[in-house]
Ligand binder design. Structure first.
Ligand code: SF4
Length: 295
């Protein structure tokens, strides 16, 4: 294909190209300096102007001009805003099923089926041999369309071991005992059981989660709280609960002793009451209504 020839008419029609760019710009100030033009084909030239609009660094107003053969009048074919070499662009679009990350799935969401998921491999097809089927189906539960592949197992083990239920988490490092010695650990079957179990302790932050055998927490079944020194002073504690009051401590002791010795004090009080004296602090009106003599 022969190279397009320079076109003086179209190359010189800068003002026509600028007016076309101004028509599509939001503000006249958004059309900057003329950056030159390229010859796209015979009688077909594209003029470029810098875009000075905010957020469009590196973008270029591009106006394509043309003319009919032997005519000296340029006409506008199109005017567009195109990104230049150093233009700021949005990231390439990625389909939603490729954008999803673990943890993005919510209730009601459904992931697209992946027939070639490397984490899965075909499950077990019953052979008719009771011995073989019993092991594969009864013990290993492989009678599913697909089961975990070695890749899937390895990825899960790596993820769990390095996660919050692994041996390096803050709680595990601070714990006094590890899960493999804890009574609340449910062992797992298969190869994963050599490294992991399931925690079944409601008091543990890991209850119901897969935990590494080297993990641990403060709710371990066999550990205890370390006794701490008290800031309170030591107080002598009575060794027995039998209290023996003395007359010097209890004021009524003397009276009681005298009553037991002959009733002298009690007799004196009774005599004063019979004579109408007020005994103690009880006011007269509190003694109840006086008895009326019978007619
Ligand atoms: S209670 Fe703690 S130590 Fe015991 S299995 Fe659960 S996480 Fe491990």
């Amino acid at each position: 294909m022969a190279a397009a020839t320079q076109d003086a008419v179209l190359g010189g029609a800068v003002d026509l190209a600028r007016s076309a760019a101004l028509e599509i710009a939001e503000h006249p100030a958004d059309v900057g300096e003329h950056l030159g033009y390229t010859v796209d084909a015979d009688r077909l030239v594209s003029h470029r102007f810098a875009c000075t609009a905010k957020g469009y660094r590196g973008w270029v107003w591009t106006v394509t001009l043309s003319r009919v053969p032997r005519a000296r009048k340029a006409t506008v074919c199109e005017a567009v805003l195109l990104p230049g070499d150093d233009a700021v662009l949005a990231p390439a679009w990625v389909p939603w099923d490729e954008r999803l990350r673990p943890g993005d799935i919510g209730p009601g969401d459904v992931l697209p089926f992946r027939a070639d998921d490397p984490r899965l491999e075909p499950g077990f097809t019953p052979t008719g041999d009771p011995e073989v089927d019993e092991v594969a189906i009864g013990e290993l539960a492989l009678a599913r369309a697909r089961v975990l592949s070695p890749v899937g197992l390895a990825e899960a083990a790596e993820r769990w071991y390095r996660g919050r239920q692994g041996p390096a988490s803050a709680g595990a490092v601070a714990s006094a005992g590890d899960c493999q010695t804890c009574g609340f650990l449910i062992p797992l079957q298969g190869s994963l059981g050599t490294v992991f179990g399931v925690c079944a302790n409601a008091w543990s932050p890991d209850d119901g989660k897969v935990v590494a055998l080297e993990h641990g927490c403060g709710a371990h079944s066999e550990t205890d709280v370390e006794p701490r020194p008290s800031e309170w002073p030591e107080v002598p504690v009575a060794s027995e609960l039998v209290v023996e009051p003395t007359a010097a401590v209890v004021g009524g002791g003397e009276v009681a002793g005298r009553e037991a010795a002959g009733g002298e004090a009690g007799g004196e009080v009774a005599g004063r009451e019979a004579a109408g004296d007020v005994v103690g602090d009880v006011p007269a009106e509190d003694e109840g209504p006086a008895e009326q003599p019978e007619p």
